[in-house]
Each structure stands twice: as C-alpha cells, then as structure tokens.
Write a protein that binds this ligand. Structure first.
Ligand SMILES: [Zn+2]
Length: 328
C-alpha cells in the first residue's frame, strides 16, 4: 500500500481510538469533538462548520436536514475532517454541488482533504479491499459497500474506483442519462464519460469485457470493465496497415492538405502508446490502443470518427502485428 496522506492517517487513528467498523456511528464520534446540529438550511448547502480552531470555543457542525440520510452521514464525516485537520480554520460553508472551478485552490485542497478523511472514516481501507476481493465485480462491490457502510451509491463508487484494478470506468447519471459524475481506476487509458453531458454508451458497451448498472433514488450508476487483452482476429482486409490507413484518411478527411497532419497525429498516438507499453504482448497493446484512441475522442478533429470507421479495427490489428513482429 502507498504511504497514506495525513488526513487518511488521521481517520485511521480515529477508527482505532473508538474501535469503529462499518456502519460507522459518525454521529457519536462527531459529538466528541464538536457540537452537532441537524436542521433544515434553506440554501444550497450540505453542511456548515463554525469556529474551527478558535481557542476556548467548541466548534459547531450544522448538517442540512433537507438532504438524504446517507448524504448527511458523509457530510458529517466531512465536517469532522475540517474540525480535526489542524490547518482548516475559521468557518466553512460546504456546497458539494459546486464545481471545482468555482473554488479557490486553497479551498479545493481543503475539500479534497476533508473528503478523503470522510471516505476513510466511513469506508476504511482494510475493510474496503476485503469487500472488493469478495465481491469480485465492481457493481456488486458498490452495492455491498453502500448497504454495509450506509453511504450513498456515488460515495461508494468513488471510493471503489480509486482501488479498482486498471480498466474500470463508471458514470453516474440522472434519469435522463445526463452524466452527474464519472471516474476511472488508476492505469485506465480510456476516458471516463464527460460530466454535464449526455452519456454516449455506444463505444463503452461495445468494447467492455464486463459491465452493469445499478439504480438508486432515480439515478443510475453504469460501470464497465475493459479487457486487458484483445485477441488479434485475422483482419478481413488483406492489405497492409499503410494502405488501410490511407483509405480511412481518404474517407474521413476532405482536403488533401490536411491529410499528412492527420496521418501524423494517428501515428503519434500509436507511437506514444507503444513506447508506454514496452514489453506488452500484441493482445495487450491492441487493448491499450483501443482505449487510447477512445480517450482521444474528446479532442475532436478526426478522433470522434476514427473508432467508428469500419476498417479501423483491421488497421489497428495490422499495425500491432508489424510492431510486435507477429505478422504483416
Ligand atoms: Zn468542506
């Protein structure tokens, strides 16, 4: 395990001191360090912390009673993080729907610290890795954790994606398929779906080795696991990779002047992926390239069209075969 940050170690000390295990009684722990009130707050606020680190004054945590219970549990753990982390001072108003862009850098750092504290307190590392192993797929782990730790589905998904093996992606959507939140596990090349846009599942569903969805409170969590390896099926197209690529470019690029630049950027993606995956098998390289090209779709230009071209897969297979010296 990597060296844990200050706030994660702090949460572990609290867990040890009060001998806690999920579902953590965050209410009684918070009472040890602060005055806690639950009341409706007629503002877009999840919680408020008053009088942090003011000598002689006990800090106060106010949790917005208008929010769902599991979200309030996370808010309380988050506010407790502000109370216990020594450099969080003054009074803080927490609105979790605020985007990172709307915050100052210092505030953004503090929110990250309080969130990591809350996440560790409610879903301790040892416990969560055990659950992950037992559940043996991402969706089952998310459901299990949200029930056992009494946290929201999204808190469970964010916690689990951080420790999931490479090639996992999730998207949390409202009932119209609009992406509220998304994430990918460490080592995943494909991009997680963009926030605040409609979810486009076509690529994800079409290429996943395993996938699922969980409904909760009018929202849906979609998850996908991509293969570590993709078999090099014999291409339908007998031509070499250069000819296939030329045809794809001719189909997708209208002006001859633009073609050399497009060819160069495609070859650039392949070169960069190949050098980052030295020593990988041909099948692993093909899986990595498919994800890398998918992640490039957000860049625009030719990239959104490429994976949809009927000969693109054949081109990648031919290219991988020559790079790995396993065929023309
Ligand atoms: Zn906060």
């Amino acid at each position: 395990m990597n060296a844990a940050s200050f706030e994660v170690n702090l949460a572990r000390r609290v867990i040890e001191r009060f001998n806690l295990s999920p579902p953590v009684d965050v209410e009684s722990v918070a009472y040890r360090y602060a005055m806690v009130e639950h009341c409706p707050i007629p503002l877009q606020v999840d919680g408020i912390c008053l009088n942090l680190k003011r000598p002689g004054i006990r800090p106060t945590i106010i949790v917005n009673l208008d929010r769902p219970l599991r979200r309030r549990r996370f808010t309380l753990a988050h506010e407790l993080g502000h109370v216990l982390i020594p450099w969080h001072r003054g009074s803080l108003y927490d609105d979790f729907s605020l985007s990172d862009r709307e915050r100052t850098f210092d505030r953004w750092e503090m929110e990250g610290e309080a969130n990591r504290f809350a996440s560790e307190l409610l879903m301790p590392s040892d416990w969560i890795s055990e659950v992950q192993t037992l559940a043996n797929n991402f969706g089952r782990a998310v459901s299990w954790v949200q029930e056992q730790a009494e946290v929201s589905m999204i808190a469970s998904a964010i916690r689990l994606i951080g420790i999931a093996s490479a090639n996992h992606i999730f998207a949390h959507c409202d009932d119209t398929g609009f992406v509220l939140n998304s994430g990918r596990s460490p080592g995943t090349l494909a991009n997680a779906p963009a926030w605040n846009e409609d979810l486009d599942r076509s690529y994800l569903d079409g290429n996943a080795a395993d996938r699922g969805e969980i409904l909760a409170g009018g929202t849906c969590l979609y998850w996908w696991r991509f293969p570590d390896e993709v078999a090099l099926a014999e291409p339908n197209d007998p031509r070499d990779w250069r000819s296939i690529l030329q045809e794809i470019i001719d189909d997708l690029v209208a002006f001859d002047n633009d073609k050399p630049r497009v060819r160069q950027s495609i070859n650039g993606v392949i070169g960069a992926t190949n050098s980052s995956r030295r020593g990988s098998s041909a099948e692993e390289l093909l899986a990595a390239l498919m994800q890398r090209f998918d992640s490039k779709r957000a860049q625009g230009g030719i990239f959104p069209e490429l994976p949809r071209h009927p000969n693109f897969r054949d081109f990648l297979i031919r290219r991988v075969k020559t790079l790995r010296g396993v065929g023309p």
